[in-house]
Ligand binder design. Sequence first.
Ligand SMILES: [Zn+2]
Length: 283
Amino acid sequence: MSWFIKKRQQKTAVEAKTVRVPEGLWIKCDNCRELIYRAELVNTNNVCPKCGYHFRIGVEERLANLVDEGWIRLFSELRSADPLNFVASKAYVDQLKKLEDAGQTEDAVVIVEGTVSGHPVVMGVMNFDFLAASMGSVVGEKLKLGAERALAKKCAYIIVSCSGGARMQEGTLSLMQMAKVSAALAKLDKAGLPYFSILTDPTTGGVSASYAMLGDLNIAEPKALIGFAGPRVIEQTIKQSLPEGFQRSEFLLAHGMVDKVVSRDQLKEFVASCLAWMLPTGA
Ligand SMILES: [Zn+2]
């Protein structure tokens, strides 16, 4: 990289403002700050080849990574209402309309039915691009319907979580989703059907306080931020500094909060092997 840095330094300040790394060709790793050729990331499942940092990925990439081809989407027609007529810096209805216009039509979770290495599953994948994958009524309802679908099909249920937490714009209704989804998961448990929670960066707030931690298996991607409140809030509350690596996957594994940390390139194989021994007869 030294030649590159040298060349950059030779440019005048004016030039430096106009010459940028072409967007979409190179990307800077959030962890090690190295420049990575974007095409390389496609081959590594969006994992930094230099340090192993797992970039956040979208729903489509996640499905391609985990589910066999041929999945079908479920419950896509659900839309958020605005029961509180919520207005902060922006009106909630305007935020929703803007997202819908931009093609984000499925709120913050996509539910699919398909197979993982041949094992039938219903899977929910949260979408961080939709209001930080906050847990509104539609998220809760779709995840509940997903659980009921898995129950009807007698197959496993998997939720890939990432979330900033509750959806403030829906107030208490958002918090009620924690109970609703948890109750639906309890039905799967009673029926002896497995539920896997896959926690990705970041899984926080009400999501981490409910269904993301209720898996028969809680599987985390490496170095994912997983916690309820942010570290600063906790430090101020308990008036102590927090240990190194606090609220990261590896820390949670060491303290018994997750069952396994699995890198993205191993994730599908790991899930399939667990499904094979948990539901040996398939559907
Ligand atoms: Zn890196």
